[in-house]
Write a protein that binds this ligand. Structure first.
Ligand SMILES: [Zn+2]
Length: 238
């Protein structure tokens, strides 16, 4: 003796409650990987500002090094010229070389000023790098905590889904296979909602209004009636 249609409808209504819950939980769980990705992307962006100041530091250090090497070679040249100074024979040669030495020394003091200025810049940028590193460490901690929370929530959702799926198991046994297949097909194609009540003489799924004759038929509950617009199975709440 097969179960009467109205009884099967009642079972489907119960099954729908469970499936709606499963659908909602799955939707929520599905959004989690995207949330995690957004957190990771935001963190990567923050890493860029550290990289920028680190590049700035490297550039300043390189410039400083170049100036120091320049200074060194000019100082060596001064020493060399000073060594030659006393071997010169004429006053003219002597004063010419003295002029050259003077010029080099003037260059040296300019270079020294540049180097000092660059040292200040390097120190300033080093402070900036340290600050960015501090900020990034805090952000890193925050991002890791947020991802950890998401993972925990995903696990909790999956556990809930498993629980509901366990509860669901008993229901399909009392529904005719053909009706069950129909139900599951609609469930898939209509966002997890296959069985809907009539609300204010209209479909509880898509709100299409029904004529009195159809309302009577739905109320009888002796056959399966679907909404002609959204194809969901209709039931009557008395
Ligand atoms: Zn409908």
């Amino acid at each position: 003796m097969p179960t009467a249609v109205n009884e099967q409808l009642k079972i489907l209504v119960e099954l729908q409650k469970i499936d709606s819950e499963i659908y909602r939980l799955k939707k929520e769980a599905e959004a989690h990987p995207l949330l995690q990705k957004k957190i990771e992307e935001a963190f990567d962006k923050k890493k860029q500002s550290l990289k920028a100041v680190e590049d700035e530091l490297r550039a300043a250090q390189l410039k400083q090094k170049e100036k120091e090497m320049d200074l060194q070679s000019k100082e060596e040249k001064v020493k060399k010229l000073q060594g030659q100074l006393f071997s010169l024979k004429t006053n003219k040669e002597y004063s010419a070389m003295e002029m050259e030495i003077k010029g080099l020394k003037a260059d040296d003091s300019l270079l020294e000023e540049d180097i000092l200025r660059l040292l200040d810049v390097v120190e300033e940028v080093k402070v900036k790098v340290a600050k960015e590193k501090e900020i990034l460490a805090v952000e890193d901690k925050k991002a890791k905590e947020a991802i950890e929370t998401i993972k925990k929530e995903t696990a909790a959702l999956n556990a809930q889904i498993a629980e509901w799926e366990e509860k669901r198991k008993a229901y399909p046994a009392n529904v005719e296979p053909r009706l069950l297949t129909q139900y599951e097909r609609i469930l898939k194609s209509r966002e997890g909602l296959a069985v809907v009540p009539v609300v204010h003489n209209a479909c509880g799924g898509c709100h299409l209004g029904f004529p009195p004759q159809m309302l009577n038929e739905i109320q009888m509950q002796d056959k399966v009636i679907v909404c002609e617009s959204c194809a969901r199975i209709l039931y009557w709440v008395s």
